[in-house]
Design a protein around this ligand. Structure first.
Ligand SMILES: NC(=O)c1ccc[n+]([C@@H]2O[C@H](COP(=O)([O-])OP(=O)(O)OC[C@H]3O[C@@H](n4cnc5c(N)ncnc54)[C@H](OP(=O)(O)O)[C@@H]3O)[C@@H](O)[C@H]2O)c1
Length: 445
């Protein structure tokens, strides 16, 4: 691994130099162990501690298949799917690996008694498999997390519709929280040159998801002037949704859970902010009964902030706790676009407010390659910025996941893999200098 790192940090190694490097037989990776699937049985979600379930192991390097690339991972990031995997909720991710393993001899490689997690990476291509011509050893890359087979016709208009669509490092093995990762070559995208490894690794999953969910015609298709209610506006998804709303001429109405998070939204340029903790919003009277008066209070606050207007789009992901309110506050003909259910997936809302006011609920999930590419291109051009707040070492991934699990983080949390320190990997200092305050916004610098 030393010689790989040396070649990357030297900055002048050629594709031939990279191709000549020996690939080690094993690598360090953050794993779950299949024989620990039941370790948290009976505990409340909050008490399930990722530091206990996430291990740092030496695992064998997987065989490289057709259409694939082996990448030296300089940095990765924690996503909420890392939290779901590490607490074995709502299901153990080993069930995904078992199902995938039945598909083909190639996919059978993924069904192992350990699961290497991680759905983001920034690094350097080491090897490419047969049939890969667009990428070569030495290319500095980031990877999006859409894994597709595309043998069915279903996915050929929009690859998210492939019946064998999976999220890499969550529903497949050999993810990015490791020194090496195995990806399909159609997951690769150029690393933004003005960012460090850890900054470049952090947008991937959430940036692409927010782009499809809010901007793409496959999602809400936001337009100039729209009012967009964004739950968790300084969190992983929300920190990108807020930027897309601002950059696209819309007005974000940012909902956050603390004053510090409100400050970050203001720093991004948002003006309409609702602190759900300080303002005491409580949409449920008890576990089974919602409180429509609270929906109305939220609607009233939105009108105060918008000069009397309702929201065109609600950017939904908290799920059960907020969904009734989201459907209520959307304007006539507006869209509730949802990609998750963090607080529970059995949603309840008053359907009269949906059908009588001709609203639409749109389901959205990750992004196709093109959408991920467009989202990454905006990062590379300095139009959208990473929201990295804190970076951990690979050994500390459990703590990083715990921070996200307990919602004590801002934006995205990064993880150094092969990179020995933060701050490395910048190739375009001029573009970086232009955007430095925005790049550092979430780091509190
Ligand atoms: N389908 C997909 O492709 C996809 C992609 C990415 C993420 N997701 C899912 O989306 C969810 C959010 O991901 P993320 O990366 O944005 O996570 P995150 O960084 O934890 O941010 C979510 C934010 O939502 C807010 N929130 C949490 N629970 C809430 C509740 N009960 N009511 C209101 N607000 C609440 C919190 O902000 P405040 O406390 O400041 O309000 C939190 O910071 C997760 O469930 C994740 O698995 C899905």
């Amino acid at each position: 691994m030393e010689s790989i790192l040396e070649a990357i940090t030297s900055g002048d190694a050629s594709p031939a130099d990279f191709a000549a490097l020996a690939v080690p037989e094993s690598y360090r990776a953050v794993t779950l162990h299949k024989d620990e699937e039941q370790m948290f049985a009976g505990l409340d979600s909050r008490d399930k501690d990722p530091r206990k379930s996430l291990h740092l192991d030496d695992v064998p390097v997987p065989e490289l298949g057709p259409g694939e690339a082996l990448v030296a991972v300089m940095a990765s990031a924690v996503n909420y799917n890392t939290v779901w995997s590490s607490i074995y909720e709502p299901v153990s991710t080993f069930s995904f690996l078992e199902r995938y393993g039945k598909l083909s001899p190639e996919s059978a490689r993924h069904n192992l008694p350990y699961h290497v997690l991680g759905s983001d990476l920034a690094g350097v291509v080491l090897r490419t498999g047969p049939g890969v011509h667009a990428w070569k050893p030495g290319d500095e890359v980031v990877a999006h997390c859409l894994s597709v087979e595309l043998e069915s016709s279903d996915g050929h208009n929009d690859t998210m519709m492939d019946p064998e669509q999976r999220i890499w490092g969550f529903e497949t093995n050999f993810g990015g929280l490791a020194e090496l990762a195995l990806v399909k070559s159609n997951q690769l995208m150029p690393k933004p040159a003005h960012l460090t490894w850890e900054e470049a690794a952090s947008p991937g999953l959430v940036n692409s998801t927010a782009y499809r969910q809010l901007v793409s015609r496959n999602g809400a298709g936001m337009k100039q002037g729209d009012n967009v209610l964004i739950w968790g506006a300084s969190g992983g998804l929300g920190s990108y949704a807020t930027q897309y709303a601002l950059a696209g001429g819309a007005t974000p109405i940012c909902v956050v859970g603390s004053e510090a998070k409100a400050d970050i939204c203001r720093a991004m340029g948002a003006e309409a902010i609702i602190d759900r903790s300080a303002e005491g919003f409580k949409f449920w009277k008890d576990e089974n009964t919602q409180d429509p008066r609270e929906w109305k209070r939220l609607g009233g606050r939105i009108r105060e902030l918008t000069g009397g207007e309702d929201v065109d789009i609600v950017f939904e992901h908290p799920g059960r706790e907020t969904f009734g309110a989201s459907v209520y506050v959307t304007r006539k003909g507006g869209t509730i676009v949802t990609c998750a259910s963090t607080s529970g997936y059995m949603h309840q809302y008053d359907n009269r407010y949906l059908w009588m006011s001709l609203k639409r609920i749109v389901g959205s999930h990750f992004a196709n390659y093109r959408e991920a590419w467009e989202a990454n291109r905006l990062i590379a051009k300095g139009k959208i910025h990473p929201t990295l707040s804190k970076t951990y070492r690979l050994e500390e991934t459990g703590q990083a996941a715990l921070d996200v699990h307990h919602n004590s983080h801002q934006g995205k949390v990064g993880v150094l893999c092969l990179s020995p320190a933060e701050g490395l990997g910048v190739r375009d200092e001029e573009l970086r200098a232009k955007h430095l305050p925005a790049i550092n916004r979430f780091k509190g610098e």
